[in-house]
Design a protein around this ligand. Structure first.
Ligand SMILES: Cc1cc2nc3c(=O)[nH]c(=O)nc-3n(C[C@H](O)[C@H](O)[C@H](O)COP(=O)(O)O)c2cc1C
Length: 223
């Protein structure tokens, strides 16, 4: 029996999170009797003060999947804190990691999936620190669109590619081999100019909802 731990790490509270949604799809695919699954929501873990219980679950994992959105070209702060605290927890309790396989699913707002690479490398470095085996990343571009236009025909191929990528994670978890696997890039097939026009429109309406004007979006408070 292999123990799979799924970590959901979007800081979003009320809004729908793509990272969480993707992890739920993957969780639904973990249905082999040889796999046991546990899900940890990082935001809940920190705010409900249950990190120690969750770190114990994490330390018993054979495979770990970390899903998160790209924030400022890196990990959201809550995830960095959670992983650092886990390292300290391991040291404090003198925990020796199992030979765990690590995967990450990282999505960003820009259309190019490769923008996620540095963040994926941070997870790779974390895996190295806990003596785990980083296997590969699924890097997704155009994340903002995937949920908003979920059922649109032009996204069919992207969702199919995501399902194939998740199947690859499950296959690798169940395999006892450690052959190299390349990171998987997944993008949305959509006209780039239109994508940015829609993005800019969203920023402006968000500003309006928060009582700001368009020019306030260019405010540089730290200069
Ligand atoms: C504070 C913040 C910082 C962000 N930084 C980036 C970034 O550096 N690059 C990028 O492409 N997208 C960035 N985004 C967009 C998110 O990565 C994107 O909206 C993602 O789909 C959110 O995923 P989630 O629904 O799982 O939270 C940022 C979003 C927020 C709120």
């Amino acid at each position: 029996m292999k123990n799979v731990v799924l970590i959901s790490a979007s800081p979003k509270m009320a809004e729908q999170s793509l990272s969480k949604y993707l992890l739920e799809i993957l969780e639904g695919m973990v249905n082999s009797p040889s796999l046991k699954k546990n899900t940890i929501d990082v935001r809940k873990s920190i705010s409900h003060h249950t990190t120690d219980e969750d770190f114990t679950i994490l330390s018993q994992a054979d495979a770990l999947v970390i899903a998160f959105p790209l924030y400022f070209f890196c990990l959201p702060g809550i995830l960095t804190r959670f992983l650092e605290d886990y390292l300290n927890f391991m040291k404090k309790h003198e925990i020796q990691s199992k030979p765990m396989k690590v995967y990450t699913i990282v999505n960003c707002g820009f259309p190019e999936p490769g923008i996620n690479l540095e963040a994926a490398r941070v997870i790779q470095s974390f895996s190295h620190h806990i003596h785990a085996y980083f296997r590969f990343a699924i890097m997704i571009g155009g994340g903002g669109m995937l949920l908003e236009a979920k059922d649109a025909p032009f996204l069919k191929k992207t969702w199919r590619n995501l399902n194939d990528a998740f199947a690859k994670i499950l296959q690798d978890i169940q395999s006892d081999t450690f052959d190299d696997i390349e990171n998987i890039c997944i993008s949305v097939k959509f006209p780039r100019r239109l994508y940015f026009m829609m993005g800019n429109h969203n920023w402006k309406s968000l500003a309006k909802q928060n009582g700001l004007k368009k020019k306030d979006l260019y405010f540089t408070p730290y200069q």
